[in-house]
Design a protein around this ligand. Sequence first.
Ligand code: NAD
Length: 426
Amino acid sequence: MTPHPNPYTHALDQLRNAIDHLPHSAGVMRVYTQLCNPDRVIQVHFPVTMDSGDIHYFEGYRVQYNNTLGPYKGGIRFHSQVDIDEVKALAFWMTIKCAVINLPMGGGKGGVVVDPKKLSKNELERLSKAYIRAIAPTIGSTRDIPAPDVNTNATIMSWMMKEYKHLVRKKSIHDDHPMATFTGKHLQDHGSLGREAATGKGGAIVLGEILRLSNIKPRTLTAAIQGYGNVGYYTAKFLTEMGIRVIAVSDSRGAVVVPNGINPDLTLQCKHQHGTISGCYCTGSVCNLKNGKSINPEDIITLPVDILVPAALEGVITATSAKQIKARYILEMANGPTTPEGELVLHKRDTIIIPDVLANAGGVTVSCFEWMQNMTNQRWSEEKVFRKLRTKLISATRQIYTLAQMQQTSLREAAFALALTHLAQK
Ligand code: NAD
């Protein structure tokens, strides 16, 4: 899977396209001008002591894109191919996403150029803490609030929060609510119930509502999911609960097709045991070689399914791969999986793209709930978290669906229009 050459160009193309479909009021043009550039780009170069005793330097970024609606908010990605344009694009999409849902949050994103699979657990912990020491003066519970993204998780957020708290205790920085500076933390470290599952849960809520509005029964549908990390697994779990048959899943090393539909939990267990999803033919209550077959991970997006779910990296649906897609719906759980050229091809074939800024907004919505709980010393039940998540996502989905129908635009254009309107009203 070759990532799109420049995701930031892709993101700004989407912005220009959205502006072309909106009345050019003074407010909208002000927002457009603001969103053409990030507010701030932080680049750090920091030392980490490796297990061997050697010191290695790593490159990291934090992009604070826009804080019109509230503190900058966005995940931290650890990946060997992270670069500044990718982080800018992801921070831009966070700005749009928070505005779509009308959360009191702006957009930001962070990244470290590293292949975490090559580090020991202790090295990973030292790297996570060293990155936080490097960016600590620029983040904070009312300023910029990081969260997990690709290759980062609750354990890493908890390490980062503890390091940040340590700096606050030493008075190197001031923050009245240091634990609220990170979301996606472990429950025992002031994390929120429901946060881990939130992105996948949100995708299922949004898809369910679009299907309901289109009079389509989920039980008649099949899906293929690219990526089986946090987002891919939970999406598989909740789509399966809706009655959708998830017949194929992939990770960076392999892909399986299981015609009867996978068992998401057994598939995850098998992936953890073997280090890859390859060979994990788990259906019903068993994993068995007769249940399925392996395919090339690149081929997952061309399978004959009703719903294709990209849940790995950006730029995977290009003009070339789009021509081979057979799915009627694309549920964009990854950020930026469809290039503008790919989108043009899909548009001509009437494929319905449920855009990332809506489909995967469940994660930041529950991150915002975690932040609210931390700022007010509360703990909400999972039932309350999911009820509030559902209300937010159903409301945004209905507004976007109606706007798209009224103006004969794509769901993405409608989502951007809603976001820009919320930003312009501030
Ligand atoms: P993760 O690190 O938990 O999982 C990433 C998965 O993608 C892994 O299974 C990995 O093997 C797979 N992958 C990598 N390269 C691949 C390839 N070439 N082919 C197939 N699979 C490949 O990350 P995540 O948190 O699940 O994030 C996935 C996507 O969802 C990213 O685009 C991220 O920005 C987006 N997202 C995440 C959240 C969140 O809450 N974690 C929220 C919104 C959006």
